[in-house]
Design a protein around this ligand. Structure first.
Ligand SMILES: [Zn+2]
Length: 342
């Protein structure tokens, strides 16, 4: 039996047909030269199969071209343009650039920062949104995006481990549309330029801001100073907060001074940072969500407490990150607003 099957193998080999599947480790001989199949052979064969199944990306050097700035003489790499002039940008480039911008190392966060779900390799359009949810992912798919960037990702360490049906459904939508998910939480609150709190300080008209709002020994907020020597009135402050957070009137509590010169800002759910604002002598403190005890605390400490909404105080950072990445790589960015009254 063995002799007959080997001669049949030889005959088939001469006819150059592909006829037999080798199982490395079990079929010790190759058909043509009775050569034992090495691990390298199996790896090459697997790579060839993979290459046939998936479109292999062109080499990296083909994706960028070097250009020389005529003014400064500086060399830079710009994305290679396809025939329809949409740059081909690879997902790892965007992930690396966002990590370089936000530097998530050293934050003791409540969930993983960075790439949470890996989808399409090439990215032409980014969608940003505040929180990972099915509606956001479906809107991203409709917009023909390849990457979704969020402030609140899919995974939190206060959730039970494993995937429940709700998170599986979110993953299903991402996978079905080959969408990647990139999430940045505390690093995006804390960033001194494109962070939620720095951008809120700027939107309120602060002339300068410094680190504030310690969370696990890292400052995630900003302490802003208004340029007006005599400060701004409380009515004016409420109007500016409303304009910076989507138009809704914020909840105002406490009993601060008539003129506000300094404001502590920590977006989201950070009512506990009121104590730090009091210690540092702020005239006002702004966060997203209130707590029952802050009314009495703020009154007794002589400070204004403003709660403008968790969602509403956290749209600036993710939007700015999307814009920054789109500008850097010459691709498109769409912010999808899904307002939340909380
Ligand atoms: Zn938040």
């Amino acid at each position: 039996m063995i002799g007959r099957s080997v001669s049949r193998i030889r005959r088939n080999a001469e006819k150059k047909t592909s006829w037999v599947t080798f199982r490395p480790g079990r079929d010790r001989r190759s058909a043509r030269g009775h050569r034992p199949i090495s691990a390298a052979d199996s790896a090459r064969r697997a790579a060839r199969k993979l290459g046939r199944r998936r479109h292999a990306p062109p080499p990296r050097e083909h994706r960028f071209r070097r250009t020389c700035d005529s003014q400064t003489g500086a060399w830079s790499h710009v994305p290679f343009l396809t025939t329809d002039h949409i740059p081909i940008i690879e997902l790892p480039d965007i992930v690396l650039e966002s990590a370089r911008l936000l530097d998530p190392t050293g934050f003791e966060d409540l969930g993983p920062n960075g790439l949470q779900v890996s989808g399409a390799f090439e990215v032409r359009r980014i969608v940003t949104g505040v929180s990972a949810q099915v509606e956001l992912f479906e809107r991203a798919a409709e917009l023909d995006a390849q990457l979704v960037l969020v402030h609140h990702g899919l995974f939190w360490n206060f959730h039970p481990p494993g995937l429940d049906r709700r998170r599986l459904e979110r993953l299903r939508v991402l996978l079905e549309h080959d969408l990647s998910l990139l999430a940045y939480h505390l690093p995006l609150d804390a960033h001194p330029e494109i962070g939620n709190n720095a951008l809120l300080a700027k939107a309120l008209g602060c002339e300068s801001h410094e680190p504030f709002g310690l969370y696990r020994e890292r400052a995630i907020g900003r302490l802003g100073r208004f340029p007006e020597v005599e400060g701004i009135g409380v009515g004016e402050l409420v109007e500016r907060v409303s304009a910076a957070t989507g138009g809704r009137t914020p909840l105002l509590q406490g009993a601060g001074p008539d003129r506000v010169r300094t404001i502590g800002i920590v977006s989201g759910s950070a009512a506990d940072s009121l104590d730090e604002a009091i210690e540092r002598g702020c005239d006002a403190f702004l966060t997203g969500e209130p707590r029952e005890h802050v009314m009495a605390d703020a009154r007794e400490a002589g400070i204004h407490f403003l709660a403008a909404g968790h969602y509403a105080t956290e749209t600036h950072g993710i939007r700015a990150l999307g814009e920054r990445l789109a500008e850097r790589f010459g691709i498109e960015h769409v912010f999808v607003d899904l307002p939340n009254p909380v």
